[in-house]
Design a protein around this ligand. Structure first.
Ligand SMILES: [Zn+2]
Length: 215
C-alpha cells in the first residue's frame, strides 16, 4: 500500500509534569502530526499509543469523554520510563473522531437535545461515525525503523490498521476509569456500538454509585 512522504520538521526536549519528553513534529501533505517520546533514539520494539486530539477534554476539561484520562495515563507511564522506548503519536486533526471541532459541538448539542448517544447523534447529522485516517503512523514507524509495536489501546480498529501494514503488534489494554456520569455513558456506548475492547464486567466493577460522579 502506497503512502505519501512524511517529512520531519523539527524536534526539541520539553520539561513537563510527566518528566522530560522529546517532541517531534512531522508534516504529512497538508497534515501535521506529533510524536512524543521518552527518548531521542527510539528503539524496536516500541510501546506506542495513537491518540486523537480532543480539545474539549484536554484543554477545557470536558467530562463527556475519557480522552484526557487516557492521554494522562499514557504520558505518566512514558515520562517515568527510562529503559524501553515509549511514544505517543498525536493527531491534531482527529477531533471528534475526525469530523472536526465544530461538527463535534453540533453532535454534542444534538445529544443534549434529543438524548442520543454519540453514534446516533452523528448519524442524525449525516456525519461519519469515524473519519480518522491513521496512515501517518506507518510512515513515522518506518522513519524510526520500527516494525514491532506494543500498542496501548481499547480500540480494535487501531490494532487492525497496524496489522494490515504488516507491523508486528501486541495489544496492551489501556483502560481509563470514567470520571463522570457523562464519560461513563460514552464508554458504555464505545463498548456496545464501537466494539471497544474494554470488558463491560470490568467497567461495571468501576461503577459503584452514579452519585460519586460529577453531573
Ligand atoms: Zn474526547
Amino acid at each position: 500500500m502506497s503512502l505519501d512522504k512524511i517529512i520531519r520538521v523539527t524536534k526539541t526536549k520539553i520539561p513537563t509534569n510527566y518528566g522530560n519528553i522529546w517532541f517531534f513534529c512531522f508534516n504529512f501533505g497538508e497534515r501535521d502530526v506529533f510524536l512524543i517520546s521518552n527518548k531521542l533514539k527510539i528503539n524496536n520494539p516500541l510501546n506506542l499509543r495513537i491518540h486523537s486530539a480532543c480539545i474539549t477534554s484536554e484543554i477545557f476539561g470536558s467530562l463527556k469523554c475519557d480522552c484526557k484520562l487516557q492521554l494522562d495515563l499514557f504520558l505518566n507511564i512514558l515520562g517515568k520510563e527510562k529503559k524501553e522506548s515509549y511514544a505517543l503519536i498525536y493527531f491534531p486533526d482527529h477531533e471528534g473522531r475526525g469530523i472536526g471541532i465544530f461538527n463535534k459541538i453540533k453532535v454534542y448539542e444534538v445529544q443534549r437535545r434529543l438524548n442520543l448517544d454519540t453514534y446516533d447523534a452523528n448519524k442524525h447529522l449525516k456525519l461519519p461515525i469515524d473519519a480518522r485516517d491513521y496512515k501517518p503512523t506507518i510512515e513515522i514507524l518506518r522513519y524510526f525503523k520500527i516494525n514491532k509495536v506494543i500498542l496501548y489501546t481499547n480500540n480494535p480498529n487501531k490494532f487492525k490498521f497496524l496489522k494490515n501494514y504488516k507491523i508486528d503488534v501486541i495489544r496492551k489494554p489501556h483502560i481509563a476509569k470514567p470520571n463522570s456520569f457523562y464519560s461513563l455513558k460514552y464508554l458504555q456506548t464505545k463498548i456496545i456500538k464501537g466494539g471497544h475492547l474494554i470488558d463491560i464486567e470490568d467497567l461495571n466493577k468501576i461503577i459503584f454509585k452514579e452519585s460519586n460522579y460529577v453531573k
